[in-house]
Design a protein around this ligand. Sequence first.
Ligand SMILES: [Mg+2]
Length: 301
Amino acid sequence: MNPVEMQKVLIADDDPVNRQVLAELLKPEYTVLLAKNGEQALERAARHTPDLILLDVMMPDLDGFEVLRRLRADPATAAIAVIFISGLDRPEDEANGLKVGAADYIAKPFNATVVMARVALHLQVVRQQRLLEHLAHVDALTGLANRRRFDELYEAEWQRARRAGSPLSLALVDVDCFKQYNDHYGHPAGDRALRAVARMASSCVRRPADLAARYGGEELVLLMPDTEAAPAEHVVQCMRASLAAQAIAHAASAAAPVLTFSAGGATLAEGETAAELFAAADAQLYRAKHAGRNRVEWRQR
Ligand SMILES: [Mg+2]
């Protein structure tokens, strides 16, 4: 999440005066979205994934409890924080709201300072959670996605490709003679070299659905959904050319006088499992290494 981007708050209330009062309060600090009933609240939540929803309990048709239940049932909106706002100030209603998963409960008539303080508090929690999720998915050395993130997305993308019958390409990239590089230039230089390769990966793997991850050690993995073999191989060749243009000296390499990598790739075949596709890319990487390194090998159909 971009830290300067305003957080989004959805206000769902059937009373236009309440909507307006809350919107005026929140507008200076947040991006405010409005819904005048439960259906609209669900639609806007799914479309805009706000960071927080202020949800009126008493609304005609879908009440706040039902809206929250449906939000939780949809994976796309299940994690959105919800604060109930209600004229029901009986303690059992508050308890009920919290039991069904509201983060907080504000009774009407509300006090502006209290509303602002609670909204700020919950949005702070949301921010911290996002940061933790981000850190849990990022490789600290290279800034690329980490293996855990790759594993999650790979499984999801494989499922999606199978369902949609769309192509899915996978490439494994392994820096050539990296142990020798570390031995020769030292580990800090080795870290810099890995970061350079990671930068090449980030600059060549550019579409939003594509993923470049550090798989381990000096090995990266590129996941390219909706990509046939030829354009996928082109991405890896682009990365190889970018690294060659950097001409990072590698005096101890058996492949070239500069830092290079070998890569193996494969595109999902009919009936193939995710593990089989991965093994196929790995076999191509092995071929690339044994053919003299500093090259890309792609499985032929
Ligand atoms: Mg109401």
